[in-house]
Write a protein that binds this ligand. Structure first.
Ligand SMILES: [Zn+2]
Length: 231
């Protein structure tokens, strides 16, 4: 209660603004205004989750089942602006809100019964401490809230990788090949896992994580990212 009053006071002095258009938000809005939400570059991957370019990209790297992206990633587009705010501007709640919006869409499409757990791609603990949160985990929390499926942190990142952006596709795949392991005491047999990440470009990180999970014998590993674009 005390925190609520403090929050209300803060928002009176510093109104919350939409992370895309910077307009002040109404109290029923979270991180994005309703207008910006209606203009999000939403993909239709959920309509063809097992037969699309993301599935094709994953073939040869892992055993893809369903692969979907919420937003279309375009340079200098709204999705890039949102990802920038989420990753570098200390706005973890954006990830939760995007997860909630996408989770509701997936629920309406009947996906709620498809998975037993949602597992985010982990950050290295040092990087998570520096940023204060893992953006993929925030997205997972929103998906979890909307679809009522638990989040399980089944993966651990054991190596700190340098930035991937200047590397070729093959270099990226090699660069992440020994980076992830299963967390201790994870039982994945017969589980249907939804693996989630923020952005998918080459698919190197996502497929490496999927392979670590698949080695533990789950029924399936599906993949969902906030945004996907051309590599
Ligand atoms: Zn807006």
């Amino acid at each position: 209660m005390r925190f609520q009053i403090f929050d209300d006071f803060l928002s009176l002095v510093f109104p919350k603004t939409c992370c895309l258009c910077q307009r002040s938000l109404f109290d029923f809005e979270d991180q994005l205004c309703k207008i910006c939400i209606s203009k999000l570059p939403i993909t239709n991957y959920h309509l063809r989750p097992n037969n699309n370019d993301l599935v094709v990209k994953m073939m040869g790297l892992t055993r893809p089942h369903l692969v979907m992206a919420f937003l279309r990633f375009t340079k200098r587009g709204d999705s890039q602006k949102i990802m920038h705010q989420l990753k570098y501007r200390n706005r973890p709640a954006i990830g939760v809100e995007l997860g909630r919006i996408y989770g509701n869409l997936l629920k309406q499409t009947g996906f709620q019964e498809n998975w037993d757990q949602i597992t985010p791609v982990p950050l290295h603990p040092l990087k998570k401490r520096r940023r204060g949160y893992n953006q993929s985990e925030q997205f997972a929390l929103g998906l979890s809230e909307a679809m009522n499926i638990p989040v399980r942190l089944s993966l651990k990142r054991i190596q700190f990788t340098e930035t991937q952006t200047r590397k070729s596709r093959m270099e990226r795949i090699e660069n992440v090949s020994n980076v992830f392991v299963l967390e201790e005491n994870q039982i994945l047999e017969d589980q249907r896992v939804l693996l989630v990440d923020d952005v998918m470009t080459t698919g190197a990180t996502l497929s490496t994580c999927a392979n670590v999970l698949l080695d533990a014998g789950p029924k399936l590993v599906d993949m969902v990212v906030i945004a996907a674009g051309k590599s």
